[in-house]
Design a binder for this molecule. Structure first.
Ligand SMILES: [Zn+2]
Length: 494
C-alpha cells in the first residue's frame, strides 16, 4: 500500500490542528531559553514541559496528548545543525515509534522556528524515512495476523519544491525490499523461490533477467561457486543477473552491483554450532541489499545501466558437499585450496565477481555478510569498506557519514596475501587462525574483481539488535542509503 508524502509551506491553523490525530513537532535548539516561535498550542506545550521539568533537546523526545477534541498525540524534540545524520535518524525513529504504536492513518510534521532550509530538509528526510521504514510491512508467519499497518499519508510543513520526495521514497522502497527478503524463513526463500520472486520483480520494474544454472556454470568453469552449490540436494543454485537500462545514457559503462545470496548457511562440513547457525537465513542479505539498491536507483531513473549479479545458493552438509583440502578452479583459472567450508561466501563471490567484471563496469560494488572478523573490528554499528581505488576512501567515509549508514575503510596492502599462500594451489581460501579474516577475505576477492574499480562492503551492520538508526528491525537492510549517497551525492562514477 502506497503511503503518500505531502508538503506544505505554511503551518497548520489551530482549527486544522484540532483535527490532526498525530503530530510531530521539531523546534530549533535552545528554544527552551530563547523565545519560542509562534505555533498553535504553544503555551499548552510550554506549560507541559515546565510541569514535567522536561529538558528540550535532540537526545530526548516528549510525548503528550493535547487537550483538544481529538486528543492529538504529539511528540516533541529540538534539532540543531550539528546533529549527524545518524543521530537525526535515531531521533526520527523515536518519533516514529511513538506514533506508529497508535497505528494512525495520517501523521503531520511541523518545524516552527527551524529557520535553516538545509536543516529542515535533513530533518524531514530523516522523519519521513523513519515513518516509512517503521510502517513497511515485514513477513509474519503468525496464524492470526495482527492488525495491518494503516498509515496512508505523511504531511510535512515547512518544505519547498526543492525537497526530493522521490529520493526518500526510492531509498525506503529499496531498504524495505532488502529487509523483507532477509526476514523470510529459509524454507520460504530457497534459491528457487528467491529466483521466482526476482522474476516477478523484473516484470513489475521492466528489468531484464538472466539466470546461469549449474550447467551454464559448469561450462564457464565456475568451480568456486559450484563447490559450494554441490552440497545441496536440489540443483537450484545459480547466478542471477538483473539489468536496468535507462532511456538516456544506455551506452554508458554500467554500474555493477554484486550480492552474496546464501539462502541458508549451515557452515557445510565444518558445521556451525546451533548458536551460530541460528539466523543464518540472513546470509543472503548482501544480495537483498544489491537488489534494494537496484530498485532505488531504477526508481531514481539514473542515467547509466545497472547490472545486479546475485550469487544464490545454500551451504549444506551432505555426501557431495565440498570439504577442507579440496582444490577447485574458479572461472578465471585461479586454483583455490579449500581451508574452511564455512568461508563459502568468498567462494561464490569469487566466480560472480569474475563473471560480472567481464562487462567492464565503470564501478563494481559487492555486498556480503562475509566475516565475523569485521564485526569484531567494528561491532554491528558500522560496516567495513574495502576498495582497490585509493581515491574512493574519502567519498566512502563521507557517504557513510552523510547517509547515516556508517562505514569505515580497511587496508588492502599486497603483503596481507602472504597469509594466503598455498603449497598446492594458487591461493588459500582463508586461514584457520582467523587473524584479520575480513582483510584476507577482501584480498581474496580482489583477485577476482580484476581491474574493475571495485568496492567491497562487509555488512557487519546487517543485523543490529534492536535496529539501527531509523530502522526498527534487527535486520537493517544496511547499504541502500550508502549506495545512493555514493552515486548521487559523492558522484563517485563521474
Ligand atoms: Zn559461512
Amino acid at each position: 500500500m502506497k503511503i503518500q508524502l505531502k508538503h506544505r509551506p505554511d503551518l497548520p491553523t489551530q482549527g486544522e490542528l484540532n483535527k490532526i490525530s498525530n503530530l510531530v513537532i521539531l523546534l530549533p535548539e535552545r528554544a527552551s531559553t530563547a523565545p519560542w516561535p509562534a505555533f498553535p498550542f504553544k503555551e499548552t506545550i510550554k506549560n507541559r514541559l515546565k510541569q514535567n521539568d522536561y529538558k528540550l533537546n535532540s537526545k530526548t523526545t516528549m510525548c503528550a496528548d493535547l487537550p483538544n477534541e481529538t486528543g492529538t498525540r504529539l511528540s516533541l524534540s529540538s534539532v540543531g545543525p550539528d546533529l549527524s545524520t545518524f543521530e537525526l535518524l535515531r531521533l526520527a525513529r523515536r518519533h516514529a515509534d511513538i506514533h506508529l504504536a497508535q497505528n494512525p492513518r495520517h501523521v503531520t510534521i511541523i518545524m516552527p522556528g527551524v529557520r535553516q532550509r538545509a536543516l529542515r530538509h535533513r530533518a524531514a528526510e530523516a522523519l519521513l524515512s523513519a515513518f516509512l521504514g517503521g510502517a513497511a510491512p515485514m513477513p509474519s508467519c503468525k496464524s492470526k495476523p495482527g492488525a495491518g499497518k494503516r498509515l496512508r499519508s505523511l504531511t510535512c510543513h515547512g518544505l519547498d519544491e526543492r525537497f526530493d520526495f522521490r529520493r526518500v521514497e526510492a531509498e525506503c522502497a529499496g531498504n524495505a525490499l532488502a529487509r523483507e527478503l532477509t526476514a523470510l524463513p529459509p524454507n520460504r526463500l530457497t534459491p528457487l523461490m528467491y529466483r521466482q520472486r526476482i522474476r516477478k520483480l523484473c516484470r513489475e520494474q521492466g528489468w531484464k533477467m538472466r539466470f546461469l544454472n549449474h550447467k551454464a556454470l559448469e561450462k564457464l568453469n565456475a568451480g568456486a561457486f559450484l563447490a559450494v552449490a554441490q552440497g545441496s540436494p536440489e540443483r537450484d543454485a545459480g547466478m542471477v543477473c538483473v539489468s536496468y537500462t535507462p532511456t538516456r545514457g544506455k551506452n554508458r559503462k554500467p554500474l555493477t552491483l554484486v550480492g552474496k545470496g546464501i539462502c541458508y548457511d549451515t557452515g557445510g562440513v565444518n558445521l556451525k554450532p546451533a548458536r551460530h547457525m541460528h539466523g543464518m537465513h540472513e546470509d543472503m542479505q548482501g544480495s537483498a541489499v544489491a537488489l534494494g539498491a537496484l530498485l532505488a536507483l531504477s526508481r531514481m531513473k539514473v542515467p547509466f545501466p545497472v547490472h545486479c549479479w546475485l550469487a544464490l545458493a545454500q551451504n549444506h552438509i551432505g555426501p557431495r558437499a565440498y570439504k577442507q583440502n579440496d582444490v577447485v578452479t574458479a572461472c578465471n583459472g585461479t586454483t583455490i585450496e579449500v581451508m574452511h567450508t564455512d568461508a563459502e561466501g568468498r567462494m561464490v563471490l569469487a566466480d560472480t565477481l569474475a563473471l560480472a567484471a567481464r562487462d567492464k563496469p565503470a564501478l563494481m560494488i559487492d555486498y556480503a555478510t562475509l566475516t565475523g572478523a569485521c564485526i569484531y573490528a567494528l561491532s554491528t554499528r558500522y560496516s567495513g569498506a574495502f576498495t582497490n581505488q585509493a581515491h574512493y576512501i574519502q567519498p566512502l567515509i563521507e557517504a557513510g557519514r552523510a547517509s547515516g549508514e556508517r562505514v569505515w575503510p580497511f587496508p588492502l596492502d599486497g603483503d596481507f596475501e602472504e597469509a594466503l599462500e598455498s603449497k598446492i594451489a594458487d591461493i588459500k581460501q582463508c586461514t584457520l587462525d582467523g587473524e584479520a579474516d575480513h582483510i584476507l577475505a577482501a584480498r581474496f576477492l580482489q583477485r577476482f574483481a580484476g581491474k574493475a574499480p571495485w568496492i567491497h562492503i562487509d555488512l557487519s551492520a546487517g543485523n543490529h539488535k534492536g535496529g539501527l538508526a531509523h530502522i526498527p528491525t534487527d535486520y537493517t537492510g544496511f547499504g541502500v542509503r550508502l549506495t545512493l549517497n555514493l552515486l548521487l551525492d559523492q558522484k563517485i562514477m563521474e
